[in-house]
Design a protein around this ligand. Structure first.
Ligand SMILES: Cc1cc2nc3c(=O)[nH]c(=O)nc-3n(C[C@H](O)[C@H](O)[C@H](O)COP(=O)(O)O)c2cc1C
Length: 460
């Protein structure tokens, strides 16, 4: 390894001149092109280089200069695979060249999380070093069972494993996109706090929000009821936080996929080339690609979504899945207003999204308006009057609002009433009688007690 500035006598450190470093703009522009990679090619990186990257990170400042950090570099393939298994879904852990486990010693500089801030600074410095050297990275707080990791790595109990930095070479086919940044004006202010309402999310009224009273799995201030959010807030939330995921083919398929999706999609009417189908508020694209596969190639699929950022994510997902975009139309919507003419759409698909809307009845009115006479609404909702509804009330809704946005299961009999007011209900299906996952289907009045209530409705 080459000698570095900090190995040399103090006198040889270059003075801070007050003048910009030559090429500073280019350096910053290059740093700004860094983006997370979740699709590595499985190759290895020379240990000297990995050590240099980690060492670059140790140039970061640390609280009280205590440098209570420790970085465990894992480049052993079997251990990487084990780390992947422990993480429970980070497939990039098995394919990166190395994982740098970010640890710190507990007991010093805990105030304001100084020790955590210090390790974070070092990690980002490593990312920039790796980026400038032509490698790709991803920082992961989601690493799975820390006890299992501590055992694998022999980390003593007084050290905390805070996260892991995966470094490697991106596969040539890795998604070529960077997650969008909020408009700068939204995230800064001068000499005081100011921020647009749409980017401050609703929370329960309280005199204070003590940090340690809020956990991911137990958040007393979270508001899951979307009718207390504005459409702009819901769009903002979905547009940015969805980027925690990657538009890679086949990954991050949600639990609602699989057998339940099959049951939902089986309600689609026959549609031939030239027909127009609208999917309402698609989330990360996992459902949209299934829908696309199900439709005839010449059917126009409109993706009616609240957030531009989310749409570009979904479009990349289509590319990654090898699906043509020829008959896919990403359409931005404003609230419950659909950008389609009266009686111009053959089918609307609304898979478990009515319960994510600030004003579900206004959206059903819009669906009624845009459907052609005889056109179909294929809809499913998570049912409050079911075992799942109980689980949601007792457990799920106590946690923080999930990345796809706030939602509250709706009573199937209420939804049936809303549908009957506007449409002819042609077919009803109940999906799943157990709290979760189960996707057995039933029909008739029993459908009102299942986890999901699904229906095909026709415009009269
Ligand atoms: C502290 C921290 C923790 C993160 N944890 C995860 C993670 O567990 N899983 C993941 O896929 N991405 C994770 N990320 C990556 C972010 O999703 C990513 O940085 C963000 O979407 C912005 O994208 P960009 O890095 O391409 O600019 C994490 C990032 C940070 C800074």
């Amino acid at each position: 390894m080459r000698e570095r500035a900090s190995d040399q006598p103090q006198s040889s450190l270059s003075a801070v001149t007050g003048q910009p470093v030559r090429g500073w703009r280019e350096i910053l522009d290059t740093l700004a092109t860094r983006r997370s990679c979740r699709d590595f090619d499985g190759s290895s990186i020379d240990r000297d280089i990995l050590a240099e990257i980690v060492r670059d990170g140790t140039e970061a400042p640390s609280s009280c200069n205590q440098q209570q950090w420790h970085f465990i570099i894992v480049d052993d393939r079997d251990m990487l695979r084990r780390a992947h298994d422990i993480s429970g879904g980070n497939h990039h852990f098995a394919e990166c060249s190395a994982l740098i486990f970010l640890c710190f010693q507990k007991g010093w500089t805990h105030g304001n999380f100084s020790v955590v801030q210090s390790v974070a600074g070092a990690c980002y410095h490593m990312m920039l070093s790796a980026h400038l050297r032509g490698f790709s990275c991803i920082w992961n707080a989601g690493i799975g069972d820390k006890d299992a990791l501590a055992e694998m790595l022999g980390v003593p109990a007084i050290f905390e494993i805070q996260g892991a930095l995966a470094i490697g070479r991106a596969r040539p086919t890795a998604p070529d996109m960077k997650a969008p940044r909020r408009p700068f004006a939204q995230v800064h202010s001068w000499n005081g706090f100011s921020r647009p309402d749409s980017s401050v999310y609703p929370v329960a009224d309280a005199p204070a929000y003590p940090y340690f009273a809020i956990r991911n799995d137990e958040n007393p201030f979270a508001i899951w009821d979307p009718t207390r959010w504005s459409w702009e807030q819901v769009g903002d939330f979905r547009g940015y936080s969805v980027w925690a995921k990657s538009p890679l083919a086949g990954v991050y398929v949600s639990r609602r996929q699989g057998a339940a999706t099959e049951a939902e999609l089986s309600l689609l009417p026959d549609l031939s080339d030239g027909a127009r189908v609208v999917e309402l508020m698609p989330w990360g694209g996992t459902y949209s690609v299934e829908l696309r596969r199900r439709l005839a190639p010449g059917v126009e699929l409109h993706l009616a979504e609240l957030s531009e950022a989310n749409l570009s994510f979904i479009v990349e997902r289509f590319r990654q899945e090898g699906l043509s975009l020829d008959h896919v139309r990403p359409d931005l919507i404003e609230g419950a207003q659909l950008p389609y003419q009266d009686a111009s759409v053959d089918a609307v698909v609304s898979p478990q999204v009515l319960e994510q809307m600030p004003d579900p009845e206004a959206m059903l009115d819009e669906v009624q308006r845009v459907l052609k006479p005889g056109g179909s609404l294929v809809i499913s909702v998570r049912n409050l009057d079911s075992a799942y509804g109980g689980l949601w009330q007792k457990v799920e809704s106590k946690a923080q609002v999930p990345n796809q946005g706030p939602f509250t299961p709706l009573s199937a009999s209420h939804v049936r009433g809303w549908l009957a007011d506007r449409f002819h209900i042609d077919t009803e299906t109940g999906i799943g009688q157990e709290e979760s996952r189960d996707a057995t289907t039933v029909s008739g009045s029993e459908s009102l007690t299942c986890r999901l209530y699904a229906a095909r409705c026709l415009k009269r």
